[in-house]
Design a protein around this ligand. Structure first.
Ligand code: NAD
Length: 493
């Protein structure tokens, strides 16, 4: 349907539109996601059709032709202005995140603050030309530069809807592309509002967003007018995205699932490290690609670490993210994920594995926290390496703690997975940290921390965790073609 009204000055957080060609657009049909804490319907959002996709891609193509020739500093300034506007509306964005994603308000505020930091950090990046050869007489200069691809699409999942959206929007437009955001149907609201807000700072068509169901992604990945798809989501969907993009040779970046391990060595104090590692496994109810998903603890401190983690987990209050400042964990975000995690818990029980804290009885967590998709955080005590909770990515508030005693063997066990997103080493011995760290097959290695990201550092997954790089100048380059220029002078006759 045609765009039907212009962007208002005040952002109305009660109504949600597509953003096409600088205008807000409605669609004939709409969808609504559920608040995962209360199961109440969130507001309607657009259900885009192939026609909406065509309109957005056409607007993007014409905007990209102009935007590619704007000064780098102008693009940087637009991103900084957008960051400031998001920051001003932090409270609205944070509450909206709680409604759509379920995370507690403190964490939603943190996501907004991190999104602002990421936009500002991205705005500081530069892509200078590379001098390859320069000779004065006879004149010859060879250099390479990065030129924008044209139209970039960002497809994002439901666990960090705002942060992941700006993580694609920022580098795409800074590099001189037009950008179309496709948020998850479970969490479309902050992404649509972000694009609406961006209309104040970018020319029409440079930043757009389309709401829709799971039919929308394939329309975008197949569209001949799209030059690049940056996808974050599951490994299975990532393979489909790559296959679809191959038909038109679109550039593709894939940020996919993880199964991050934390290797805890004998030198650490369990009372300090136990709560930290447990929090890094359970924050956002475990729904983070780079959450700790397997904890390998040295046998000499295993019991003390497990006890420290159990004690910490017992302090975590589960509930509606708006119910009070003491709520530390929300529900899982949607019914599909709820069913997946429940199935995993049922398998843990069926296999006779020990749940050290938490419960496979999801009904009791429901009763304690309300009627949403609540699952009490759970730790599985030393299950076999072949068990589903070790092999699969749970993407929920449950994780295994495993025992190790030989360094070479634990490195082998950590690497024995198709995933390769992140891994951490916890030790006071920095020699050991670097020795183990060098052997880990993962795109991100953290020492005595886990899950940190920053705009100027490349973020990539090894093995089945991804293709290509996000963030940093490498991430910026992924939104560009390389162009090499060979210059010489014609001799005067
Ligand atoms: P998902 O793969 O189901 O969906 C991701 C997005 O793809 C959604 O917007 C969805 O609508 C869209 N989509 C679905 N089918 C599509 C298709 N055929 N073509 C194009 N797009 C399609 O993932 P999810 O369940 O929303 O997210 C959870 C997964 O995301 C986890 O595996 C998690 O590890 C991963 N993740 C990875 C990172 C990372 O940076 N590596 C970050 C966050 C989440």
């Amino acid at each position: 349907m045609a765009p039907d009204r212009t962007a208002p000055q005040r952002l109305d957080f009660g109504a949600y539109y597509n953003v096409i060609g600088g205008r807000l657009a409605t669609t004939t049909r709409t969808l609504a996601s559920k608040n995962p804490s209360t199961l109440a319907d969130n507001p309607p959002f657009p259900l885009s059709t192939a026609d909406d996709v065509d309109q957005a891609v056409e607007a993007a193509r014409s905007a990209a032709a102009q935007w590619a020739h704007t000064a780098w500093s102008e693009r940087q300034a637009a991103l900084v202005a957008l960051a400031g506007a998001v920051e001003e509306l932090s409270d609205d964005f944070a509450k909206l995140l709680v409604h759509e994603q379920g995370k507690p308000l403190w964490l939603a505020r943190h996501e907004v603050a991190e999104a602002v930091r990421l936009l500002r950090g991205t705005a500081q990046l530069e892509l200078p030309d590379t001098e390859i050869e320069s000779v004065e007489a006879p004149y010859r200069r060879v250099f390479s530069r990065h030129v924008p691809l044209g139209v970039a699409v960002g497809i994002v999942p439901w666990n960090y809807p705002l942060y992941l959206a700006v993580g694609k929007l920022g580098p795409a437009v800074l590099a001189g592309n037009a950008f179309v955001l496709k948020p998850s149907p479970f969490t479309p609201y902050t992404g649509l509002k972000l694009a609406e807000l961006a209309q104040r700072f970018f020319p029409p068509g440079v930043v757009q967003a389309l709401g829709g169901d799971d039919r929308l992604g394939p329309l975008l990945t197949a569209h001949p007018g799209v030059d690049k798809v940056s996808f974050t989501g599951s490994t299975d969907t990532g393979k489909k995205v790559m296959a679809a993009c191959s038909q038109t040779l679109k550039r593709v970046t894939l940020e996919l699932g993880g199964n991050d391990a934390a290797v805890v060595c004998r030198s650490v104090d369990p009372a300090v490290v136990g709560p930290k590692v447990a929090l890094l496994a359970l924050i956002n109810s475990g729904q983070i690609c780079i959450a700790v998903k397997r904890v390998y603890v040295h046998a000499s401190i295993f019991d003390a670490m497990l006890a420290a983690m159990i004690a910490f987990v017992k302090t975590l209050k589960l509930g509606d993210g708006l119910a009070g400042d003491d709520v530390m964990l929300g529900p899982v975000t949607n019914e599909l994920q709820f069913a997946k995690v429940k199935d995993l818990l049922a398998d843990i029980t069926a296999q006779g594995q020990t749940i050290a804290v938490g419960s496979a009885d999801v009904a009791s967590a429901d009763a304690a926290a309300g009627k949403g998709f609540f699952i009490a955080p759970a730790i599985v005590d030393n299950p076999p390496d072949t068990s589903r909770i070790v092999v699969e990515e749970p993407f929920g508030p449950v994780f295994p703690v495993l025992k190790w005693s030989d360094e070479a063997d634990v490195v082998r066990r950590v690497n024995d997975t198709a995933a390769g997103l992140g891994a951490s080493v916890w030790t006071t011995d920095m020699g050991q940290a670097s020795r183990i760290g060098k052997q880990l097959k993962a795109g991100n290695v953290w020492i005595n921390t886990h899950g940190e990201l920053q705009a100027n550092a490349p973020f990539a997954g090894h093995k089945a965790s991804g293709v290509g790089v996000a963030f940093g100048t490498d991430g910026l380059k992924s939104y560009c073609n390389v162009q090499t220029v060979y210059m010489t002078h014609l001799d005067k006759e």
